[in-house]
Design a protein around this ligand. Structure first.
Ligand code: MG
Length: 254
């Protein structure tokens, strides 16, 4: 069952989303060669707490940290730790915040210093795929319209699409129906209607699209070791069109 939200509930999600965006921007300001992912997690967690929020990931099915931090070939669900970022890395910061009973979820893949042209193109493509998906989050469209838009942008650029991980509904719970694959056919899947709130999150790779889960049970990496990118917004389907609830203060990639 897809849970539609009232106008008041969407405003609560937007408040959670603003805190997510603010936290991603703050963490982004600290990204530089030499900082560890554990330090970035601490900065993010402290900020969320200072604004009265709760990091949704912490303790979710046993996840041990507030933020998911996924460098380079790690696609998603990286556990913050002693790894120190290096010049040329890319690093995905994925944050869920619960505020006043509602969750918002967003992710942004940052460059660390100067990155390769290929890495830059990967990030730009993933961001473009997210924008194309969001543009389809309209009343009367279907989930497949979002999926196909994400797939077109990603594959036109020659990148792989991770099949085994998908976007999702979000609200009082971190993960609700429907699932939102990053590949699919237009006109298929559940019809979108007013009040649906969706976390749209393309995950693409510079190489093959297959992934594997590490022994920690969380970290998911590309099987071939190629770079991955991940961008995510929580979006409300409204009569006025798609509304991004995790409004980001992070500047777009140049
Ligand atoms: Mg998500």
């Amino acid at each position: 069952m897809i849970i539609r939200k009232s106008v008041q509930e969407i405003e609560k999600m937007a408040a959670a989303g603003a805190l997510v965006a603010e936290t991603i921007a703050l963490v982004g300001e600290h990204i530089r060669p030499g900082i560890t992912t554990a330090e970035l997690d601490r900065i993010g967690e402290e900020h969320i707490a200072s604004r009265g929020g709760v990091p949704t990931s912490k303790g979710y099915r046993g996840f041990p940290a507030a933020l998911c931090i996924s460098p380079n070939s790690v696609v998603v669900h990286g556990i913050p730790g002693p790894y120190a970022l290096e010049e040329g890395d890319v690093v995905d910061i994925d944050i869920g915040v619960t505020l006043d009973g509602f969750v918002a979820d967003s992710a942004y893949t940052f460059p660390v210093g100067d990155i390769s042209d290929e890495a830059e193109r990967l990030l730009e493509t993933c961001q473009g795929a997210l924008a194309a998906g969001i543009a389809q989050a309209r009343v009367g469209n279907r989930v497949g319209d979002i999926s196909a838009a994400v797939q077109d942008v990603s594959e036109d650029a020659g990148f792989g699409i991770v099949r085994s991980l998908v976007g999702h509904g979000v609200g009082r719970s971190y993960h609700e129906e429907p699932q939102i694959p990053n590949f699919g056919r237009p006109g298929r899947g559940p019809v979108l209607s007013e009040g649906m709130t969706l976390a749209i999150e393309p995950m693409i790779t510079a190489g093959r699209p297959e992934v594997h889960v590490h022994d920690d049970g969380w970290t998911i990496s590309t099987a071939d070791g190629s770079l991955a990118a991940h961008f995510e917004h929580t979006v409300a389907v409204t009569e006025a069109g798609p509304r991004i609830l995790t409004t980001s203060a992070v500047p777009l990639l140049r």
